[in-house]
Design a protein around this ligand. Structure first.
Ligand code: DAH
Length: 341
């Protein structure tokens, strides 16, 4: 072994380093020449110690030079490769800041929620506050304090999910009337939107969970004409300025007198169509003057105060307004259905 052959080895190594196309290739060259036990240069160096004195010096220097040369070539190639990788990554991740943004698909309100919000906004203009009642309610508040004792036939129309003997899922938002009176003495104007539950088998117009909005107004001197004016204002705001309302006598245990309210059909204008059953009228809510006993149950003195109440179903209004034939569509969360409204 002569110093020149070490230089030759270094030259070959340098050429191989230059030819390496990635960091693994560079590492392979390093191992081939400089690996601690069997690298070619390492092996060559092992014999230096056995050389005669005068040869040992030049050989040692030649070894150091060759090693330094190879290490430098390795380092340079490594950093060159790293730079290209970074440049490639930067190129791949490059953002065109002038590119128009991809427009995000925004959701929208559920049809029933939309109607509920419209109802809230209309009554807010009349000074009504929105309050919420509990969905899990006492039998006492859902029924008894609304003049519906345990054996009352009115319970038949509201087949109930009982949780215990005394607790149930509210079948109507009317119990919120009682809670509103408990919470605040008159004058009182509140509406209560929310979910109600009945043990009905789902069909086109029934669902075990649906929505109601309850309204209650209690003050001194509230009369039936206040109720009528309020309902007229509501109907015109909700269904259009040309709408007329029709009041029909009805029965609810918690109001006396009780009425059902029809609005002139907002689809055919009253001429008669499929939706209004050619009658020209559509039933939209139940209402009445709060029964004196219900006022008393709400800790309100019926000799001093009177009030009216009403209740409606935003799901039903949404069905009428948007021409939804099957109410189950409202709850099946099929995006194709919900997106078209
Ligand atoms: N709670 C009644 C129902 O579910 C609707 C109703 C009728 C509410 C008359 C009222 C009312 O406040 O005065 O059928």
């Amino acid at each position: 072994m002569r110093p020149e052959s070490l230089a030759g080895l270094a030259a070959t190594a340098r050429a191989e380093v230059a030819a390496a196309v990635d960091l693994e290739g560079v590492e392979a060259v390093r191992l081939r020449y400089l690996a601690r036990r069997d690298g070619e240069l390492t092996v060559a160096a092992a014999s230096i110690g056995r050389l005669p004195d005068q040869e040992r010096g030049p050989m040692g220097r030649a070894f150091n030079a060759a090693k330094a040369e190879i290490e430098q070539a390795l380092a340079e190639r490594r950093s060159a490769l790293l730079q290209t990788t970074r440049a490639q990554a930067a190129e791949a991740e490059w953002l065109d800041l002038s590119d128009p943004a991809v427009s995000l698909e925004l959701g929208h309100l559920h049809p029933s929620t939309r109607i509920q919000r419209e109802v809230e906004a209309i009554f807010a203009q009349l000074g009504y506050r929105v309050v919420e009642g509990p969905e899990v309610e006492l039998d006492e508040v859902n029924f008894q304090l609304l003049n519906i004792p345990p054996e009352h036939p009115a319970r038949d129309t509201q087949d109930t999910f009982y949780l215990t003997e005394t607790l149930l899922l509210r079948t109507q938002t009317s119990p919120a009337q009682i809670r509103a009176m408990w919470a605040q003495p008159p004058p009182l104007r509140v509406i209560t939107p929310g979910r109600v539950f009945r043990r009905d088998n789902p069909d086109a117009t029934h669902f075990p969970m649906f929505h109601q909005v309850e309204g209650l107004c209690v003050d001194e001197g509230i009369s039936f004409s206040d109720l009528k004016g309020t309902l007229e204002y509501f109907s015109r705001s909700m269904f259009g300025p040309d709408r007329a309302i029709r009041l029909r006598p009805s029965y609810f245990p918690f109001t006396e007198p009780s009425i059902e309210v029809d609005v002139s059909c907002f689809l055919c204008g009253g001429a008669g169509c499929r939706v209004c059953g050619s009658s020209g009228w559509i039933e939209i809510l139940g209402a009445g003057m709060v029964h004196p006993q219900v006022l008393r149950n709400g800790r309100v003195d019926p000799d001093r105060y009177s009030g009216f109440a009403f209740g409606m179903g935003p799901d039903r209004i949404a069905m009428l307004k948007y021409g939804i034939a099957d109410g189950r569509d409202l709850y099946e969360n099929d995006l194709r259905f919900l997106r078209q409204i």
